[in-house]
Each structure stands twice: as C-alpha cells, then as structure tokens.
Design a binder for this molecule. Structure first.
Ligand SMILES: Nc1ncnc2c1ncn2[C@@H]1O[C@H](COP(=O)(O)OP(=O)(O)OP(=O)(O)O)[C@@H](O)[C@H]1O
Length: 313
C-alpha cells in the first residue's frame, strides 16, 4: 500500500541556472554507477545550491556512499557526469580539491601516525588555518597514535581534518556516526555557522532528527535512485495528513482507500490509519459509509514520510 506519488525518479533542473550565474557547487547529471551487475546509483540528477545544507537521506545500501565517492573522484561513473565547484568529477585538479572538505563514512586509514602527524600531513596538502579552533571544538588526544583512538575520536579527528583548511564545500558521509551527543551538537552548531558564512554542505545520513535540525533541503535516495528532492517543509506539506479512525465496523483497510489517500492500514490499537494528501471530500464520503467512534487528524512527521518511501522494504 505504498504510494507511488514520489515513485518516479525525480528530475531536477540541475545546471539550468549555470549559464546566467555561478554554477552550483554540485550539479549531478544522470550519474550512474554499477559494480558489475550490482547497482550503486542510477540516473541521479540533482544540484546542491550555494550556501545550503543538503541532507542526502536513505537507509543502508541505498547508494549514498557511492554517490559521494563518485563526487570525490574516488570512483569512476559507469555513465553520466557531475560537476563539483564547476569542475567535472573525472577531470578535477588539486586547486579544486583544496576547496573541498571530506568526511568519509569510515575514517580508518593512516593508523600508525599520531593525530597531530596526520593533521600535519593534510596541512601540507591544503592548509590548516583553523586547526586550533577546531581542536577546541572537537578535542582529541592529538599526540596518541590514531590506531588507539576510539571510534568517536577518529570521527572528531576526521572533522578537524575536513574543516581545518576552511573549505567552500563540505561533503560528509554520515558524519555523526560514533559521535557522542555533545560532539554531535558541536557539529550541528558548526554546520549552521558555516552555512551562514556561505559554505555549502552535502551530508548523507539516516538520522531523521539531524535532518530536521540542520538541513535546508533533502534528497531521498532509494535503490540507487533519487525519489524526492524538496525543502523539508514542502516535503511534509506534500506528504499530507495522518487521519486515524476508530470505526464500529471492521472493514478491510483497503476498503477505506479513495483518490487522495496514499495508504490505509490498521494500527495495533485498532485504529485505521490513512495518509491523506488531497480530496478531503473523498474522506467525508468514506466516513459516511461507517459509524465513526473517534477521529484524529495529525500532521505527518519526517518519520512518516520516510516510512512512506521505505515501509515494507
Ligand atoms: N565496492 C563495492 N562492490 C560491490 N558493490 C558495492 C560496492 N560498494 C557498494 N556496493 C553496493 O552498492 C549499493 C549501494 O551501496 P552504498 O554503500 O553506496 O549505500 P549507502 O546508502 O551508502 O549505504 P550505507 O548507509 O550502508 O553506507 C549496495 O547494494 C552495495 O552493496
């Protein structure tokens, strides 16, 4: 009973403004990556605008890391292309790399050096003018070998490394994984402050609460394809209302469906649960057929929206 309202892969007008103004920091066009027969991402098309925090949302295996690794030039696309800071991903130069900060999903390399040595190394590549300020924000045992770091400390070190050369664009793959709540909040504050300075951020996550806290827009990816691209308010508005009904009768949930109802289910507490996006007259017609003992109408939450895309999969 999952609707296909968002079922068609979303096609944005990526690049449409590029002839009249600066190109978007990230513009992706029909980007496809197969690992042999396994689909990583397929036909991704969207743009991340300058100065926004863009949440790239999807469950494990949806294709977020593949898309990010393609953007960073770490993987070669099967077809399609993307521009990052105006440069095609397959032809990027060092000068562009120096304007990007990257937080990988799994920060485990360079085990045998200390945190300080690791940062020194990256400083020679791109600079480190913000190192001290970031170490205050994300304190780590800088003189100890990285191999002895806890997961959270590795992640904090990765954050210091990603931000310390003051990049224009941050690309982050599940950056809060392993962070304690204090460090998570420090990151949210930093992201919002950076956004206000005009920095652009793309980050992948499956943590809905952080999407709500920091993201301006969100792209939802499912099975390698983009299925929604909206600002969060619009996404919620488009996703309709939850109508919960207690009926004297016991009709099968599908009997309550009408044009404008995305889904109809029976909750464990015996209430019918409809997701209604439009045609509230249709709802009134349905109600007219039964004895309604109770009725509640709620706004959809981001969790509800997510479940509409992923429920049952
Ligand atoms: N190196 C690889 N070789 C083969 N298949 C891969 C490889 N990397 C990813 N895949 C497959 O590509 C698909 C997308 O995986 P990807 O890691 O991009 O998803 P994800 O959304 O980042 O997931 P997660 O949240 O678990 O990191 C999955 O089916 C995955 O098994």
């Amino acid at each position: 009973m999952i609707s296909d309202t968002f079922g068609e892969p979303y096609k944005s007008l990526a690049g449409v403004h590029s002839s009249v103004s600066a190109p978007e920091p990230i513009a992706i066009e029909e980007l496809t990556k197969y690992y042999g027969d396994v689909r990583g991402v397929e036909d991704l098309t969207f743009a991340v605008e300058s100065g926004e925090i863009f949440g790239f949302l999807g469950p494990n295996g949806a294709g977020k890391s593949t898309a990010i690794r393609l953007l960073l030039g770490l993987l070669k696309p099967t077809s399609g292309t993307a521009q990052v800071l105006g440069h095609t991903i397959t032809e990027r130069t060092r000068s562009v790399e120096g304007r990007i900060g990257y937080v990988p999903g799994d920060a485990t390399v360079y085990e045998n050096v200390t945190g300080a040595e690791l940062l020194d190394y990256f400083a020679t590549l791109s600079g480190d003018e913000r190192r001290e300020e970031l170490l205050d924000r994300f304190p780590v045992p800088i003189d100890r070998a990285v191999k002895n770091y806890s997961r959270g400390n590795r992640q904090k070190l990765a954050l210091v490394q990603a931000f310390m050369h003051d990049p224009d664009l941050l690309i982050m793959d599940e950056p809060t994984a392993g962070l304690d709540p204090l460090a998570q909040n420090a990151l949210y504050e930093l992201l919002l402050a950076e956004r206000d300075r005009g920095v652009t951020v793309l980050f992948s996550t499956h943590v809905l609460s952080e999407v709500r806290k920091v993201c301006d827009r969100v792209g939802i990816i499912r099975d390698g394809r983009l299925v929604a691209l909206e600002n969060i308010g619009e996404l919620l508005a488009k996703s309709g209302k939850i109508v919960r009904l207690d009926l004297a009768e016991d009709p099968p949930p599908d009997d309550l469906l009408f044009d404008g109802a995305l889904s109809s289910d029976l909750d464990p507490d015996g209430y019918y649960r409809l997701v209604v996006t439009e045609n509230f007259d249709g709802l009134v017609d349905v109600l007219d057929r039964y004895s309604v003992l109770d009725l509640e109408v709620e706004e959809t939450s981001l969790e509800d929206v997510f479940m509409e895309f992923y429920g049952g999969t």
